[in-house]
Design a protein around this ligand. Sequence first.
Ligand SMILES: [Zn+2]
Ligand SMILES: [Zn+2]
Length: 117
Amino acid sequence: ASQSQQPRCQVEGCGVDLSGGKTYYCRHKVCLEHSKAPLVVVAGIEQRFCQQCSRFHQLPEFDQGKRSCRRRLAGHNERRRKPPPGPMSTRYGRLAASFNGKKVPHVTYHRMHTFAV
Ligand SMILES: [Zn+2]
Ligand SMILES: [Zn+2]
């Protein structure tokens, strides 16, 4: 019975025996070729292997030609992106910015001072 537990590529029509391959492909049940294929069929669904998540996603999760899903890429970009220079740099905008920063807004400071006295 243990022979049926051999790791095989889960892509339909492949079924390559992975037991002699690298642990990575063995664990994720995908062969080297299909981990890089733009489109494979797994469980009857067209999917692509995500190199970030190390698993298959359906195609709408990817930007065209990408091997990492959109969610992961978006996470990367967000960390790198700076806050956009607002087209409306009004007084209100600056006030909100000072709230987010470490500076104590002038209004709050004044009120605290008043309470202390
Ligand atoms: Zn395969
Ligand atoms: Zn992914």
